[in-house]
Design a protein around this ligand. Sequence first.
Ligand code: SAH
Ligand code: SF4
Ligand code: F3S
Length: 441
Amino acid sequence: METLPIKKFVLETYGCQMNTADSELVEGILLNLGLEKTQDLHDADAIFLNTCAIRENAEVKVHSRLGNLHKIKRSKPHLIIGVLGCMAQNLKDDLLKNKPYVDIILGPDSYRNIPKLMNRHLTEKKSIVDTKLSRYEVYEDMFPSRGDTFNAWVSIMRGCDKFCSFCIVPFTRGRERSRSVDSVVTEVKKAVDQGFVEITLLGQNVNSYKHEKQSFADLLLAVSDIPGVKRIRYTSPHPQDINVELLEVMASRTNICNYVHFPMQSGSNELLKRMNRTYTREHFYYMAEKIREIMPNCGLSTDIIVGFPGETDEQFRETLDLMEKIKFNTAFTFKYSSRPYTRAEQFSDQISEQVKKDRLDEMLILQRKHTLELNLQKVGNFEQVLIEKESKKSADHWAGRTDSNEWVIVEKNHSKIKDIIPVEITEASGVILRGKEITGA
Ligand code: SAH
Ligand code: SF4
Ligand code: F3S
């Protein structure tokens, strides 16, 4: 590998867990080149932003960060600024035209080329762009540089073929493709050897995983069989590919977590159709019931969009009504944001910002009520809690998660990070539970 006249780099990550996992890949490549990682912008010779384009405000954040970096570059002209990830894919022309100080623009399928492209930039002294999307790239043979934590992100598939009418991801990430079961198993074994106890399988549509004849359920079983894997989570699934076979596999293994992210988006059939979500309100409700029937006490979270073009007050109320019927433990709620290339951008009946805001506020109040209600039902329960980090509010307490994904605060005692301890839940306030470790049992 050629050596670069660059010593230190900063890598900042925006967006979803797929980007976190991609940044670990990129970090692995840069460390392999002999570069050193730093957090100090002023000390760096290269600064990379791994970006997100999902909503307009995600892009606004990166534009403003680039403004700061431009100032640093004025006093340090050799600084290399790189834009990676979904915005690079989406905004390359705009960046080339309006931000010529950006030196390297790389889409999510081009990370292997970083060394070559940095060299090209240094020789040719111009901005270098590589945003070609691939039908095959899954970075199968590359090991990411993971932080010192309990959880290893393992990306198992990339891309999205679903084309929901509001979403930019199929355009920024390209077509769906999956890694082989063997390569995932090899990577998980290595992560376990390195001390990781929780594995989170990742993909834009993680449960659309398909490699040769093997399904996502087959892959889950293979990962679950690996000795030392204490917990398995996965995100983000599409409701269309949650089926009874998958739920039964989840229920049959204690190390597969009792938790499903189940993104609803809307409770109105007309809107679901306009969103191209491929399921109805009735099917979604039926599957939510199935999840809780097959996995009692399963944690259920969702994503919901308010103010999708044409959303009437009545349709919004249908969404609230379905939330009321299902009662999610957590909901990630978003104001619709119009995105380039998408079908919904063309719809003429866009909703005003004020209506979106009012609907979001109303939804948040309802969700808070549900979260508290479900958490209060847990008081008195016994849960297995994986200790993840120190509590933000007290150095004498740990923060950990239950199998079903609730945060629990518990006194430190003799336990340490990565332990799974039995805890009695004693108190619920908002999204946080408190508990007492059961000792001497
Ligand atoms: N593949 C996942 C979602 C990835 S994006 C799935 O299908 O569930 C994460 C969430 O962002 C989506 O579930 C959706 O709720 C939200 N989102 C996507 N595009 C959006 C947009 N244009 N405006 C607002 N929210 C959006
Ligand atoms: Fe976006 Fe829909 Fe694909 Fe999820 S399934 S990434 S929301 S297009
Ligand atoms: Fe954002 Fe790209 Fe993830 S748009 S949400 S970083 S797939």
